[in-house]
Each structure stands twice: as C-alpha cells, then as structure tokens.
Design a protein around this ligand. Structure first.
Ligand code: SF4
Ligand code: SF4
Length: 286
C-alpha cells in the first residue's frame, strides 16, 4: 500500500507533515518513508539523522566508437534534446549536459558497436535507519544536474524492495512529471496547503492531478489561522476532497524543526493533530 504526501509549492510544510505522519503511523503499519523530493530532500534533517547506505544512480550516455562510425548522422537526427552535433563530414559529438539518456541514438544507429555504453553519475539513493522504527529512503540529485526522474525511479524502486506493509511517499512540490511518478500507485494523496492565494492556486493543481490519476485526495491545511479558509473549502469541495486536518501556525513546530525533534513526539496539541490523522488513515487503509 502506498500513501503520498504532496503540496502545491515549496514551504507549505509538506515534509513536516510526512515525517510526523510516518512516526504516528508506525503504531499501525510496518512502514517505510520515501523522500522523493530529490532536488531538496530534507526529511532526514527533520528526523535528525545522517543519510546512510549510499548507492549511485547512473544515467546512460552514448560513447562514440569512431573506428566503427560511418558518419550517417542518424543519431543526431533522432536526438530530441539536440545533444548530438555533427561535423561537416558527419562525425558526431555529444553535448553531455543536454543528453537525457533516452537511448534513441543507440537504437537508430545502423552499425553495431559504433555507439558504446557510457554512464554518468547523476545522484544517489540512501536507506537510513531512523530511531523511530522505520527506514527512510532518500533520493538525492547531484547539484547542477537537472534529470530528476531517474533518481525518483531508483529511490522508489529501492523503497519498494524493502517490502513494507505501507510506503509513505513525500513528493516534490508542484505537479511535474517527477511528482506524477512519485504519486503512481498511491491509494491516497494527502495534499498539504496553506490559506494564501498561491496555496489555493497550487492546491487546485495537485487535486486536479490526483483526479486525473484516480487517487483519493485529502487536504491538510497548514498555518490554518493565517488566512481565510473559504477558498480552500471551495476547492476541496469541487474535487470531493475532505479537509482532514488543520494545523495552526505554531512556534513549537518551528522549534521542533530547528532541533530535528519531530513535534508528534512532544506532549502537545500539535502532536494530537498528527495522531488523529494517523488513526483516520489507518481506518481508511483498512
Ligand atoms: S541518449 Fe537520447 S538524449 Fe542522449 S544523445 Fe542519445 S538520443 Fe540524445
Ligand atoms: S548513427 Fe551510428 S554510425 Fe551513424 S553517425 Fe551516429 S554513431 Fe555514427
């Protein structure tokens, strides 16, 4: 079973919700948490742990074997990223930063062995044991790299290999294709938002994505006392998404964030919000 925590934009408290929910849900499920916000993973920081068990993620990149290449230019013509340029005589050259690793050039090349397998390191995945009885799987893109999809795919594959009863996925912000990939196979989406114009706009987008992917969606309003909630209620109603929790602005949450001590472990009203939500999720997931 898989549940995703997502949010329209960065800074809505998505990771805070994911981390605290993971701790609150451990009493109901044998679970793993996957941080698939690969450009800026921060669940390990919120949990106060160092990333462990690093594995590289490499991407295919063509290497030309000029002793076999017949300079037909087919590889350059098929490359949608314009990553291959050819000299006047047809000799191909790769612009590595543009290559997406799609292998189209390798497929169309008419000469066996003219394009060889090359690899480029683009990031890592990690499996970190937390002190909270669950493993954290993290995908992390190397700084300066843009191709996030292979990292999301590799981290998700690694998380699934743990064979846990429940996989809780923390996606990137927004509605990009890497968010769709992270959401894939989820039974439930927890959409975290806040009562601001941008929060409303982005909530509509993520709920629309959930609708298109046929995923049940619930809404958590973070910093719920900082603005008008009517707009959120209208959007939630439009998408038939229940508002399941409201988290008021809380300095205790900010302090817990700074200390790396999840608020759900404290004796506080904020902890009760996460525990109630975990119970509701456990009932829904059966
Ligand atoms: S792998 Fe794809 S993107 Fe890279 S050079 Fe070949 S065709 Fe272009
Ligand atoms: S498709 Fe193959 S043979 Fe043709 S130019 Fe490219 S590498 Fe050379």
């Amino acid at each position: 079973m898989q549940i995703a925590v997502s949010g329209g934009k960065g800074g809505t408290g998505k990771s805070t919700v994911a981390v605290n929910l993971a701790i609150a849900l451990r009493g109901y499920f044998d679970l793993a948490l996957a941080d698939l916000d690969v450009e800026a993973p921060n669940d390990h920081i919120l949990l106060g742990v160092e990333l462990q068990n690093e594995e590289p993620v490499n991407m295919f990149m063509p290497r030309f074997n000029y002793s076999k290449c017949i300079k037909c230019r087919k590889c350059a013509e098929v490359c949608e990223e314009n990553a291959i340029i050819t000299m006047k005589d047809g000799t191909p050259f790769l612009m590595p930063t543009l290559c997406s690793g799609c292998r189209a050039c390798e497929i169309v090349c008419p000469v066996t062995g003219a394009i060889l397998e090359g690899q480029k390191l683009i990031g890592h995945t990690y499996i970190t044991e937390t002190p909270y009885e669950f493993s954290l799987v993290t995908g992390k893109l190397l700084e300066g790299e843009e191709r996030a999809m292979p990292i999301v795919t590799a981290a998700k594959r690694r998380a699934r290999s743990l064979n846990k009863e429940l996989l809780l996925v923390d996606t990137a912000a927004g509605t990009s294709n890497t968010v769709s990939k992270a959401l894939e196979d989820s039974k439930l989406l927890i959409a975290v938002t806040e009562p601001t114009p941008l929060g409303l706009h982005d909530l509509a987008l993520i709920l629309e994505l959930a609708r298109l992917m046929n995923i049940e969606a619930w809404v958590v309003i973070n910093r719920s006392d900082l603005g008008e909630k009517e707009g959120i209620e209208k959007i939630a109603q439009k998408y038939n998404a229940e508002i399941v929790a409201e988290i008021p602005y809380s300095e205790a949450i900010i302090r817990s964030y700074v200390k790396g001590e999840p608020i759900v472990l404290a004796d506080s009203k904020e902890a009760e919000i996460f525990k109630d939500l975990a119970e509701k999720i456990a009932n829904y997931m059966g």
